[in-house]
Design a protein. Structure first.
Length: 270
């Protein structure tokens, strides 16, 4: 979808999808969980829009001890009443933090043995064991929140992944559109991600895209095989159809003789 692809590095900020899109059983909002975040499809002033769920707020631990950093340090900047410092501040600035992480909702804390800082939509953590330049990352709040609030393992089906020849891989496919609502005769991008159950991307998967147009016709497309990130993309024209009609998309991915399916859709508007 457009929001996911709007980030310069969506895998860094959002991670891979861990569920298909579904109606949340409590809020009845269309949602999709990713490793690090959840995206919600909500009603906005001009129609449906995609926004980040406040998982950082939902999973905030108020009892975690504060890290002792002088608030007057020149390596810090106060953002909405909380200082963001050092490598966290650099990561925040480099990755459009206000949009993709939200405002900070805590100072730096020590939580489960790591230095972390909570933001509205996400949590940053310091990983000293990583190479230089990779020591700041996002906690897998999407997976944590899903497990704590829903825990429906049938949507996740976590399994070990060895990729041993002769062993079943059980690939999983996810499909997105770049624009959930768009006018007729507009460009649409369909993205397909293929992974194993442990969320390792599968390169070289064969992808078929079936588009069910509003007039009852069907288009069959075969985009390029998935790349090293497990991603294949297809650009299409939305067609010359009336507004308020839905275009449905079915995807089939084949990997080492095994098949995975996914579906998505978009709505035509003025």
């Amino acid at each position: 979808m457009d929001f996911y692809l709007s980030a310069d590095d969506p895998l860094l900020l959002f991670g891979y999808p861990i569920t298909d899109e579904f109606e949340h059983p409590i809020t009845h909002v269309r949602v999709q969980y990713f490793q690090k975040v959840r995206l919600d499809l909500v009603q906005g002033g001009s129609g449906e829009i995609v926004q980040l769920a406040p998982l950082g707020e939902d999973l905030l631990d108020d009892q975690a001890p504060l890290l002792d950093i002088p608030s007057t340090s020149p390596a810090c900047r106060e953002i909405d009443e909380f200082p963001v410092c050092y490598a966290f501040l650099q990561f925040y600035d480099d990755n459009n933090g206000m949009r993709y992480l939200g405002a900070p909702i805590s100072a730096a804390l020590v939580y489960e043995g790591r230095i972390i800082q909570n933001f509205q939509y996400a949590r940053l953590e310091w990983r000293p064991e990583k190479p230089s330049g990779q020591r700041v990352g996002l906690t897998d709040l999407g997976r944590i929140h899903y497990d704590r609030t829903l825990g429906d393992t049938s949507r996740l089906r976590p399994q070990e992944s060895d990729h041993i020849p002769g062993r079943m891989v059980n690939p999983r496919a996810f499909a997105f559109v770049s624009r959930p609502i768009l006018p007729a005769n507009s460009q649409q991008t369909i993205s397909v991600i293929v992974m194993d159950p442990s969320l390792t991307p599968l390169s070289g998967a064969l992808v078929k895209v079936e588009i069910l147009w509003p007039d009852g016709t069907t288009g069959i497309y075969r985009p390029s095989d998935t790349n090293a990130d497990g991603i294949s993309q297809l650009n299409i024209n939305s067609g010359d159809f009336k507004a308020n009609q839905i275009v449905r998309i079915n995807v089939t991915a084949q990997y080492n003789g095994e098949t995975a399916t996914a579906s998505t859709w978009f709505r035509l508007w003025w």
